[in-house]
Design a protein around this ligand. Structure first.
Ligand SMILES: [Zn+2]
Length: 130
């Protein structure tokens, strides 16, 4: 029996969740679903440059699991870019609190802890109060 999968922890939800090649209507495009945990893995490993070990800890998964998640993520993104497919960022086995704030700069949604200053974990800038 496989163990039940633990939920992956996210810093934030990206502000933009659909990418497509320019000038091709959505109905003519094949969609690839990039899960939110895969998106988070890309942020940690490739945008922030974390070691896989640290990125795995941050998401609450084992290192081999992280390696698998990031591998899937890179394959999906590369496939979409090279084969001209739409990328939809959605779903995934994730844990996210209901209380959330939206960053006024990058539009990312993140867990709201309303301490001051309110720093967006995605762009690391202080979110302007609405
Ligand atoms: Zn932000």
């Amino acid at each position: 029996m496989p163990r039940p999968q633990g939920k992956r922890k996210l810093c934030c939800k990206p502000g933009h969740t659909l990418y497509k090649p320019n000038s091709i209507p959505m109905r003519n495009l094949e969609r690839i679903e990039l899960h939110l945990d895969e998106m988070e893995a890309l942020r940690l490993a490739d945008k922030e440059g974390l070691l896989q070990e640290d990125a795995a800890t941050s998401m609450g998964v084992s290192r081999p699991t992280f390696t698998r998640i990031i591998g899937n993520a890179r394959k999906k993104v590369a496939t979409a870019l090279w084969e001209g497919k739409a990328l939809e960022i959605t779903g995934g086995n994730i844990e996210f609190s209901q209380q959330s704030s939206t960053c006024s700069r990058c539009n990312a949604e993140y867990e709201g802890n309303h301490d001051k200053p309110d720093i967006c974990p995605n762009c690391n800038k202080e979110s302007e109060t609405k």
